[in-house]
Design a protein around this ligand. Structure first.
Ligand code: ATP
Ligand code: ATP
Ligand code: MG
Ligand code: MG
Lengths: 264, 264
C-alpha cells in the first residue's frame, strides 16, 4: 500500500512546495515510484516545478526521474455542496490514477480549502514546514504578549485536529504529524532559541513530532526553472559547496525523521 | 479623500501582512489617522498583530497609536453569487466605517479570492512584496528553463491586469502598482542580481514600479507578540542595533517610493 505524505500549513510561504519537491526527488533517487497530487493547482508551484523538470530532462537528455503529476483544481460549480462533491470525486480519481506508486506526495495551499482538508484526511504522514517566526507560530498556537506562554491551540492546529478525528472515525491509522522548521537563519540565535523552546513545549501539548528542518539556503530555490534540486547535482556533474553538503544532510535528516529510508 | 494602499500577492508568505503593519505604524507616527481592513481574516495575521498591539499598549500604558481595524471574513453562504454579493456588501460597510481615516491599508490573502479581487479594485497604490526567488517570480511571469527570458505574464499579474481594467471601466484613477523585494539575503549576491535584472525587465513589460525593499532581518518579525514594530522602539527606550537602523531606512524608502511622506 502506498504511503501518503501530505505537506500542510495554512500559513503561506512556509515551504510546503519546496519541501514536497525535495522529498519527491529524494525518494525517486532511492528507487521508489513517486506520484504527486497538487491540491494548490491554481498557484501550482509544485506542478510548475515538476513540469520544468520534465522539460529540462527531455531537452538535456538527463538520466533523471520525473514524478507522475496529478493536478486537482478547485471546483467551478456554484453551489457549495455540489462543488465539494465534485472536488472529492476528482481527488479520488487522481489517487486512483496513481495507485501503482509506492509513495504519494500531496501539496496543499497556504490557506484553508475543502480540497486541503480532504488532503489532510489522506495523510499517513503530515509534514508542516514553518518559518522561524512568531507570525508563523501564531497559526499553531496563541501565545501571551511576551511570547513565552502558550494560551491555547490556533486555527491550523484545530483544523488538523478535526481531520485527525474524521480519519479515526473512518478507521484510518493515526496521522503522524511532523512539524519542520524552515529557512532557519544562520545569525539570530536568540529568536531561534525562543521559537525552539516554544515548539518543544507545543509538540507535547498539541501532539506533533519535531523534525530538525532546513536552513535558509539559496540552493533550495535557485534550481526551480530547471525543475532540479541539489540532490540531482550529482547527475549534472556540478561542484558542491559547503551549503549544498549541509542542505543534502538536512533532506536526509527529514527522511530519517519520517521513517522513510533513502534506499528502498 | 482617503488613500487606499492594498497589499497583494497570490504567492503565500511574501511579506504582505508584515509590510502592511510597518506601513500603518509609519503613517501613524507621521500623524495620519490609519484604518486597516483585513481581507485575510481567517488567518488574520494583520488582525492579530493589531490586537496584540492594542493589548500591549493598554497593559503597559504606552503612548502609541493603534489603527482602527475592520475584519471582513469570507461568506458562509452556499451559493457563489449570493456569497459574492454578501462579501461586497460587508466590505463596503467596513470601508464606510473607516471614512474618517486619512489612509486605509488593506491586507489580502496569499491565494486568489473574491474578497482579494474586490480589494485590488479599491487600490490607489498596490504593493506586492516578493521573496527573492524564482518560485515567487513564477506568479508574476513565466520564464524559460535558464531563468533568463520572460515568456509571458502569469496568474497574479493577469489578475492584477483584470482588476485594473475593471477599475478603469468604473472611472477610477489608475492603480499605481509597486513591487517590493522582501527578505533580501545579505549573502547570495548572484541569485540577487539575476532576480534583480529580471524584475527590472518585468517592470517595463508588465507595468509596475520597483521599490528598494526589505532585507531579511529578525527585527521585522520578533515584536509580533507585543504588536510593536522597530518604529515604535523610540517610545519604549530600547537600544537600536545596526540592523534596526537599516530596517528603519528601508521602511522610509518604501514610503518615499509610494509618495507618502512620513510627516503629514
Ligand atoms: N530552506 C529554504 N531556503 C531558502 N529559501 C526557501 C527555503 N524554503 C523555501 N524557500 C523560499 O521561500 C518561499 C516560500 O516557499 P514555498 O513556496 O515552498 O512555500 P509554500 O508553503 O509552498 O507557499 P504557499 O503557501 O504559497 O503554497 C519561496 O520563495 C521559496 O523559494
Ligand atoms: N523582511 C523580513 N525579514 C524577516 N522575516 C520576514 C520579513 N518579512 C516577512 N518575514 C517573515 O516571513 C513570513 C511571511 O511573512 P508574512 O506573513 O508577512 O507574509 P504574507 O504575505 O502576509 O503571508 P500570507 O500569504 O500567509 O498572508 C513570516 O514568518 C514573517 O515573520
Ligand atoms: Mg506552495
Ligand atoms: Mg498575510
Amino acid at each position: 500500500k502506498a504511503r501518503y505524505i501530505v505537506l500542510g500549513n495554512e500559513k503561506g510561504g512556509s515551504g510546503k512546495s519546496t519541501t514536497a519537491m525535495h522529498l519527491a526527488v529524494a525518494l525517486m533517487h532511492g528507487g521508489r515510484k513517486v506520484g504527486i497530487i497538487d491540491l494548490d493547482a491554481r498557484q501550482g508551484t509544485l506542478s510548475r516545478y515538476v513540469e520544468n523538470r520534465a522539460a529540462f530532462v527531455e531537452s538535456e537528455g538527463l538520466p533523471l526521474e520525473v514524478p507522475k503529476l496529478e493536478k486537482v483544481l478547485g471546483s467551478t460549480l456554484d453551489h457549495r455542496e455540489e462543488a465539494q462533491a465534485d472536488e472529492e470525486e476528482r481527488l479520488n480519481a487522481a489517487v486512483e490514477r496513481l495507485q501503482d506508486c509506492d509513495c504519494l506526495i500531496i501539496d496543499t495551499p497556504g490557506s484553508d480549502s475543502h480540497l486541503s482538508r480532504l488532503g489532510h484526511i489522506l495523510a499517513d504522514i503530515l509534514i508542516s514546514p514553518l518559518n522561524d517566526s512568531f507570525i508563523d507560530l501564531d497559526l499553531l498556537a496563541r501565545l501571551d504578549a511576551q511570547g513565552r506562554k502558550i494560551l491555547g491551540p490556533s486555527i491550523y492546529s484545530q483544523m488538523v485536529w478535526e481531520q485527525r478525528q474524521k480519519r479515526a472515525r473512518q478507521g484510518g491509522r493515526p496521522v503522524d504529524w511532523v512539524v519542520m522548521r524552515n529557512r532557519l537563519s544562520h545569525l539570530d540565535a536568540r529568536n531561534k532559541q525562543r521559537i525552539g523552546q516554544l515548539l518543544d513545549e507545543l509538540s507535547q501539548r498539541i501532539g506533533f513530532r519535531l523534525a530538525p528542518g532546513f536552513g535558509e539556503r539559496v540552493i533550495f530555490r535557485e534550481l526551480f526553472p530547471q525543475g532540479l534540486t541539489l540532490l540531482d547535482l550529482r547527475e549534472t556533474h556540478s561542484s558542491l559547496t559547503m551549503s549544498h553538503v549541509a542542505a543534502r544532510q538536512e533532506v536526509r535528516e527529514l527522511l530519517r525523521t519520517i521513517g522513510v529510508t533513502e534506499e528502498s
